[in-house]
Design a protein. Structure first.
Length: 541
């Protein structure tokens, strides 16, 4: 059986003048992060997130396989191939930073890929640039009616069907309810007389607003976002506009910021019409921050009410409500947020069983952080949660596929100690190494232990000290104690009693079990000058 690399026996050895160096939790490896999921047409990425879903549908129409499936599904009146709802990384600039372009400069021109224009996607898919995300069929789960496509449909036939399917209610300034089988989003005009459709199809306001926002011309971008909000239905750009108006009023306008007004706009975006059949985005576990306008607005509201913000009172119940809304509209990480609140009892009665339920929702959708959180509860059990170490190990394995640091460390320890798996020190070392290369402080300390002991690797005091130092600098208490032990003895490098004392004091503040006794033992050996230098060094850290 392997050695427990997180025990607290170092202090006793330290006091005796001997140094058994122990390690702590490991983390995950730095293999190149997997590319985010992409829906690919002819080897290229799909249209940008601000494009309406009909543009994605039309781009897919150029794929013969998609067109054939669409036609076959329409003939059989069954669910057709999935069209993905785009998600995007949230824009979170430094609102206090100076603008990148001076305010009052010429307004940027709308890009060719302007919002709602089907033209870009008729033959320029090669230039499209982000991930797409979720299904676009009728609310009843069937192919949307009113847009029949024959099994031998051409690309133009399928594109026309996309436009018909995504036409908004032209009689209302803002779509707040969904007509039967017709989603809110819109791809372009279906007739020369459809003037409202034409305005939406050729809208320049949202892309110009986004360009101004990216130039940090926030006050000017607000004007354009408001124009977009007055022109575009929710689900066809209006929700994006409302989100950015909310963010700007919340904190982007300096003295003119109005958090209460920001909350009103964020609520508008967060409560836009949502159908779980047509509007749930595809989740990418390797890029969990990807989100939709509704999801992002809900998360912001959850965070605002969680702590309170500039006149907006803290409201834990409202915070949980908005995190639940984010989860309901497809933002899977919100389940992890809710689970953490109930696990830790943050402004709510502690309920590990409810936390496990939230974690399990996200774990099943392959969110690594939720898989680890669930595994940690199952590993030892908690109130209302029965211990299930074998199931915990399975969830750790699932999260380790994404190079999750905590999962890799848990697996390393399992092989190190022979817990629910046959002991295998070589396997454990490999897992510790992957975690350390990813930047895990605990894994770095673990590798330092291997080099110090000379097990599975050649003994190398200098390498051990370097790994301990890396772990200590990243906040690992075991690494701090182990590094201090080597500095006191001058192992693997120069003797440095002053820095050793500093590291031991820091480890003590992190409640390392061995650190207080080690500090006391070291202080008895320090000269007055060394103590004065140590206190000075501690004050500068």
């Amino acid at each position: 059986m392997g050695m427990d690399r997180t025990s607290g026996g170092l202090a006793a050895m330290l006091l005796a003048g001997s140094f058994l160096l122990l390690a702590a939790p490991a983390a995950a490896q730095t293999e190149p992060q997997k590319k985010q999921d992409e829906l690919v047409v002819r080897g290229q990425r799909m249209p940008a997130a601000e494009a309406p879903r009909s543009a994605t549908c039309e781009a897919l129409a150029r794929n013969p396989y998609f067109a054939a499936l669409s036609g076959f599904a329409a003939d059989k009146d069954v669910l057709g191939p999935t069209v993905y709802l785009p998600t995007r990384l949230p824009r979170n600039p430094d609102y206090s930073a100076p603008p990148l372009v001076p305010p009052g400069a010429p307004i940027p021109k709308a890009p060719k890929s302007r919002f709602g224009t089907a033209l870009l996607y008729s033959g320029v898919i090669d230039a499209a640039g982000t991930t797409s995300d979720v299904a676009s069929t009728g609310d009843d789960g069937s192919a949307a009616s009113g847009s029949p496509v024959a099994a031998n449909a051409s690309a133009d036939d399928v594109a026309a069907a996309c436009r018909a399917r995504y036409q908004p209610n032209a009689g209302s300034p803002e779509v707040t309810s969904r007509p039967v089988n017709i989603p809110v989003e819109f791809a372009g005009p279906t007739s020369k007389t459809d003037t409202r459709a034409s305005r939406i199809a050729h809208d320049d306001t949202l892309p110009i607003a986004l360009q101004l926002f990216d130039q940090r011309r926030f006050a000017e971008s607000l004007v354009w976002f408001k124009r977009a909000a007055s022109k575009l239905p929710l689900g066809a750009g209006g929700d994006e506009a409302a989100l950015y108006i909310g963010k700007l009023y919340l904190m982007g306008l300096g003295d003119r910021s109005d958090p209460a007004e920001g909350v009103r706009w964020l609520e508008k975006a967060a409560t836009a019409r949502f159908s779980p059949i047509t509007d749930t985005p595809m989740f990418n576990p390797d890029v969990p921050e990807l989100n939709t306008a509704s999801g992002e607005a809900s998360v912001i509201l959850g965070n605002v009410y969680r702590t309170g913000f500039k006149g907006i009172a803290k409201d834990p119940e409202a915070s949980r409500k908005w995190f639940a809304r984010a989860l309901a509209v497809g933002h899977v990480p919100a389940a992890k947020m809710l689970g953490d609140l109930y696990r830790d009892g943050v402004d709510v009665a502690r309920d590990p069983a409810k936390a496990a339920s939230y974690y399990r929702q996200a774990a099943k959708l392959d969110l690594p952080a939720a898989q680890v959180a669930l595994a940690q509860l199952l590993e030892t059990g908690d109130t209302g949660v029965k211990a299930a170490p074998k199931e915990a190990l399975a969830w750790y394995r699932a999260a380790a596929r994404h190079e999750n640091p905590d999962a890799l460390y848990a697996l390393a320890r399992a092989y190190d100690l022979g817990q629910d798996v046959p002991a295998n020190l070589d396997e454990a070392l490999g897992l510790y190494k992957r975690a350390a290369l990813a930047g895990s402080a605990g894994a770095m300390t673990a590798l330092g232990t291997y080099f110090y002991e000379g097990k599975q690797v050649a003994k190398d005091a200098a390498a051990a000290r370097r790994w301990f130092e890396q772990g200590a600098k990243r906040g690992d208490a075991d690494g701090m104690v182990d590094l201090a032990a080597m500095q006191i003895q001058g192992q693997g490098g120069d003797k440095d009693v002053v820095q050793a004392w500093v590291w031991l004091k820091r480890a003590a503040t992190l409640r390392h079990q061995a650190a207080p006794d080690a500090v006391a033992a070291l202080e008895r050996r320090m000269t007055p000058a060394e103590r004065a230098a140590a206190l000075g060094a501690l004050g500068t850290r």
